[in-house]
Design a protein around this ligand. Sequence first.
Ligand SMILES: Cc1cc2nc3c(=O)[nH]c(=O)nc-3n(C[C@H](O)[C@H](O)[C@H](O)COP(=O)(O)OP(=O)(O)OC[C@H]3O[C@@H](n4cnc5c(N)ncnc54)[C@H](O)[C@@H]3O)c2cc1C
Length: 200
Amino acid sequence: MDRRQFLKVALAGSGALGLHARETQTNPSPLTTPARIVIIGAGAAGTALANRLVKRLDGVQITLIDPRCEHLDQPGLTLVATSLKPAHYLQSQTARWLPNGIEWLPERVAAIDAERKAVATESGTTLEYDWLVVAPGLVLDHDAIDRFSLDMVGQNGIGAPYAGPDYATRTRKAAERFTQEGGTGLFTRPATEMKCAAHP
Ligand SMILES: Cc1cc2nc3c(=O)[nH]c(=O)nc-3n(C[C@H](O)[C@H](O)[C@H](O)COP(=O)(O)OP(=O)(O)OC[C@H]3O[C@@H](n4cnc5c(N)ncnc54)[C@H](O)[C@@H]3O)c2cc1C
């Protein structure tokens, strides 16, 4: 499997490769390859890609590495903060979203050796790969916000749902208190295209 084939297989259906994606959709027969694919991160990106690759490739060896066993539905954080969904709606078992035929290694990757084509986990496991997908998400840096800290969430009219279900719930409670005390909420919405419909 060369680089072009890998990208076609990985991106088919996402629309990201335009013509390549359409080409692959019209010819959905799986590609046979003994390639070893390692995916770092079993969030929305890594999980979605693993499901896609399993459908498109035969004989492949896919290893997904992520120590987190619970999947967090990030868009749902705003739905919890606005009382549209309960907090437990956000969390599910990562294993539920993984396809058959892949291996999940519940460990944290500590190093990537691109020369040797190998990754090492914190516990010392080393895995060699032919293809590596790096999808570890983002780390939220709340401390970078001047004079803000997460322990403020839920008090004095401050809400911030992104740090997790607990903070989304605290935000919801603060908003509820605000309206119970007679407050009026003002929501704005840009008149442009938007990526995330949950926010407004
Ligand atoms: C409020 C909100 C609304 C949103 N609305 C939309 C929307 O409407 N449409 C849309 O497309 N997107 C939306 N998004 C964005 C979308 O949810 C994220 O882009 C997506 O969840 C990110 O997925 P990810 O797999 O890149 O990262 P994550 O889901 O963060 O997963 C990363 C994974 O990598 C693992 N990891 C990290 N470091 C390591 C390591 N060293 N070794 C092994 N594993 C590691 C973590 O444990 C984690 O499980 C929204 C986000 C938010 C917060």
